[in-house]
Design a protein around this ligand. Structure first.
Ligand SMILES: [Ca+2]
Length: 498
């Protein structure tokens, strides 16, 4: 090559380097902000946009209208602590090793959580609300939910344990108590403070707002006492004890069964009162989200702020004669999910998707928006492609793990788009209780009123689902933690029916 050619090449490559570095800088500058709203125990049947005409959720509906609503979104464990550890780490429960009565999340799993990876990538990370799990490699710190995580956040208005609806009872939130005595609106105010500080510092931010609402105790903000004053709440077609009789005996052996009566779902007036309080708590969340969205507009950053809204598990509210959550049936495991990217193609705004999605997918999705590749250890994958093609199927199957509470209620579930297979391993010969299989056709029987497991017509489907179950259990055996009793739980869930 002549000297002249060499000089030209050098100039070209330097110019291209310069452009690349400008591009890189622009990309850094344009990194979107991310706000992840995560509620506690919010059923899919609690929002107008997801089909309940009794509910008033104007701000959540607005989010759904400006983004994509995921109608088939599931928590792969339907209880607070486990689900929270999963959504932070992108791992199934048996890889986190974390749940009530079992143990804390290990520091190895925490090291690839989305807040840490975002922080490493230059994001300012904030957390508010119920963190819900401990981070520790020993059993000493189990029960210190959030305390180990606080140092990893740039802004922290989290609280240990279940937190309190009384703002002043949460130490990190005390300064908001006078203006917002109920914590739900106070989280709105705290988030606004975090956003204002981040904008001043010209740093992209990620705020995780983990609301306590609508978790028990049923103590809604009295400011909203009139919202549902005259509402008569509907009941889903699978409401009541009669609609639970066909389910596995094991499903009635946990606290969910007693709570149907204890919490008053069995009587019309107390059912209505429960539902009023429950939905009023969600109305408070809706209001707080409205406060935050207004501030984003005011600061003119609403066009570059991603919003993710989901809940850590669903809620029975009396479906199948059950109260509470944990079990793998639809009302307990399914929850709303909305993702808004203001930069997305207009033609997909306000669309719904029926693709399966899981709590563990949220982690990879948040990283994707920040331009970070999901660690290979993740069980979830980014849902972002669905925002530009709502017909895409993001995953073909997902598990629902239930190894909390009485052993009689332990079960593993695998589901595909159409079929859900549940295997309950508990037996008590004296009481005539045997390992039980359930097979539901969620497309044609969304309320799970007919167990198809013994139907000859569905035999081939049953065999297919058993194979999927065995594969999932094998994944647990290979990749699950060996401590916190997860190896024993895995062994107990090996199928004993052929
Ligand atoms: Ca929960």
């Amino acid at each position: 090559m002549s000297n002249y050619r060499k000089t030209i090449c050098l100039v070209v490559s330097m110019t291209s380097l310069l452009f690349h570095s400008c591009d890189a800088q622009n990309k850094v500058e344009k990194k979107p902000n991310i706000i992840f709203f995560f509620t506690d125990d919010q059923s899919y049947d609690s929002m107008k946009y997801f089909g309940n005409p009794n509910t008033k959720t104007p701000n959540l509906d607005k989010l759904a209208e400006s983004g994509v609503a995921f109608l088939r979104h599931y928590n792969t464990t339907a209880i607070c602590m486990a689900s929270r550890a999963q959504v932070m780490t992108g791992l199934y429960e048996y890889k986190t090793g974390c749940n009530f009565d079992r143990g804390a999340l290990g520091t190895r799993q925490w090291s690839t959580s989305y807040p840490l990876l975002l922080k490493e990538a230059g994001y300012r990370v904030g957390f508010g609300g119920k963190f819900g799990f401990s981070i520790s490699d020993t059993s000493d710190d189990f029960g210190k939910e959030g305390e180990a995580a606080e140092k990893d956040f740039d802004f922290w208005v989290g609280s240990p344990g279940q937190t309190s609806y009384m703002t002043k009872e949460n130490k990190s939130m005390a300064k908001y108590a006078e203006q917002y005595p109920h914590s739900t609106r106070a989280y709105g105010a705290a988030t606004i403070d975090f956003i204002n500080e981040s904008v001043k510092g010209d740093q992209p931010f990620c705020m995780s707002v983990f609301f306590k609402a609508p978790h028990k105790p049923a103590e809604p903000d009295p400011v909203f006492d009139t919202v549902y004053k005259n509402t008569v709440f509907r009941k889903l077609p699978n409401f009541g004890r009669e609609a639970g009789k066909h389910l596995a005996e094991q499903s009635r052996m946990g606290r969910q069964y007693g709570r149907f009566v204890e919490w008053g779902y069995d009587k019309e007036d107390t059912y209505q009162e429960e539902l009023r309080k429950y939905n009023q708590l969600i109305y408070g969340v809706d209001y707080a989200i409205g406060m935050i969205m207004d501030q984003l507009k005011k600061l003119k950053i609403d066009d570059n702020t991603i919003i993710v809204f989901a809940s850590d598990n669903g809620y029975f509210n009396g479906s199948h004669g059950l109260g509470s959550k944990e079990l793998p049936y639809e009302e307990s495991a399914r929850a709303p999910l909305i993702i808004v990217d203001p930069r997305m193609d207009k033609k997909f705004k306000g669309k719904q998707t029926s693709s399966l999605s899981a709590n563990v997918d949220i982690t990879a999705t948040i990283l994707d928006f920040a331009g970070i590749k999901a660690p290979t250890v993740y069980d979830g994958k980014s849902l972002r492609p669905i925002l530009s093609n709502t017909q895409l199927e993001s995953r073909t199957s997902l598990p629902i793990v239930q190894v909390w509470g009485p052993k009689a209620t332990y079960c593993l579930t695998v589901m595909e788009k159409q079929y859900k297979y549940i295997y309950w391993n508990f037996k008590d010969e004296a009481k005539g209780i045997h390992p039980t299989e359930e097979l539901f056709d969620i497309i044609n029987d969304p309320y799970e009123m007919k167990n198809l497991a013994s139907s000859t017509e569905f035999k081939s489907q049953l065999i297919k689902m058993r194979a999927l179950y065995d594969k999932q259990l094998d994944h647990w055996k290979k990749e699950g933690v060996k401590n916190h009793g997860y190896d024993e739980a895995q062994a107990a869930l090996v199928r004993k029916v052929q």
